[in-house]
Design a protein around this ligand. Structure first.
Ligand SMILES: C[S@@+](CC[C@H](N)C(=O)[O-])C[C@H]1O[C@@H](n2cnc3c(N)ncnc32)[C@H](O)[C@@H]1O
Length: 302
């Protein structure tokens, strides 16, 4: 089964070449990435998905449920030998969670942040799944997968980092690598309406800056680009209320984190670490503007 355009040996050569990745994103995750432990013991870097009957105080369960929802949209048979690509995989938490469910599949995570790969590889090895979970340092707009080779692509709160309102570079790459008839599933925050008041725009820009995001995807442009490049069966589901219970954990987690930080002498707060406290808090305010912004699950077939 040949899935990658390059051999592991070539990959290593390519990976150590200096990259023109977005330094701001890398610096942000290098500095603030470890702080995600306060949010999730397993380093989930996304909001949770609440389903009726779940305990809304169990944050980790809601975070894992979000991952399961996104992977579920791929519609893959868990007993098959699938190749699944996770574009913008963080430290690979979703990969390690889902590899237990897709028992014969191979899961590839793509991130531009080397420190995430080093940490992710340690956790993957510790969990004993390093024969089926791999993390690669590539731009998700230019991956080493062969065209038409991947059974499913997911992106959880990561497509927002791509360029433009329509996030065309990452959508194009998702489409290229997918096998015909196979699906992509994306979870992220989307701008529904561009005409924000001056104050709302300031709030929005402050949140973007804090998370090292240029601009979140704009729903209309994003979906229109999916249509243009040939995605079919596009399903758009607003799940803002589903993430609300996990968003409500933010103030408490931030307070606990800052109190702990008061006694931390060796790891002082810096710009990125402060931003990672401020942006989630401000996002509670932004999230109230339901006409302007929303959290969506979007899936489509090639
Ligand atoms: C908010 S984190 C989400 C991580 C993971 N999906 C999760 O939910 O735990 C965003 C991720 O997108 C990655 N990312 C940002 N820009 C990228 C790019 N151009 N190519 C690949 N990954 C990128 C970051 O490195 C980070 O791992």
């Amino acid at each position: 089964m040949k899935t990658l355009e390059i051999t592991p040996k070539e990959y290593v050569k390519k990976a150590i070449e200096p990259k023109k990745f977005d330094a701001n994103v890398i610096d942000y995750y290098d500095d603030a990435g470890p702080d995600y432990e306060a949010w999730s013991k397993a380093y989930n870097m996304h909001f949770g998905y609440y389903k009726w009957g779940m305990n809304p105080f169990n944050r980790e369960a809601m975070l894992n449920k979000m991952t399961e929802q996104v992977y579920g949209k791929l519609g893959l048979d868990k007993n098959n030998k699938n190749i699944i690509a996770d574009f913008g995989c963080g430290v690979g938490t979703s990969l390690r969670h889902m590899v237990k469910k897709y028992k014969r599949s191979y899961l590839y995570g793509i991130t531009i942040v080397l420190t995430q790969i080093l940490k992710g590889n340690r956790l993957t090895k510790k969990q004993g799944v390093n024969n089926r979970v791999f993390m690669w340092q590539f731009d998700y707009a230019n991956t080493p997968f062969m065209s038409n080779s991947v059974d499913g692509v997911v992106a959880i709160e990561s497509s927002c980092y791509a360029e433009g309102k329509d996030k065309a570079p990452v959508l194009n790459e998702m489409y290229r690598v997918l096998k015909p008839g196979h699906s992509v599933a994306i979870a992220d925050c989307f701008v529904k309406q561009n005409d924000m008041s001056k104050n709302l725009k300031r709030l929005y820009k402050r949140i973007c800056k804090g998370w090292a995001v240029e601009d979140f995807a704009h729903l209309e442009e994003f979906v229109s680009h999916m249509n243009t490049i040939g995605f079919k069966n596009i399903k758009i589901e607003e799940v803002s209320w589903r993430i609300a219970p996990s968003v409500m954990h933010v103030p408490w987690v931030s307070l606990k984190f800052l109190l702990k930080q008061l006694f931390e002498k060796n790891n002082p707060m810096n710009k990125h670490r402060w931003n990672n406290v401020i942006s989630p808090l401000l996002s509670i305010l932004l999230g109230m503007h339901r006409k302007t912004i929303g959290y969506y699950l979007i899936s489509a077939k090639k």
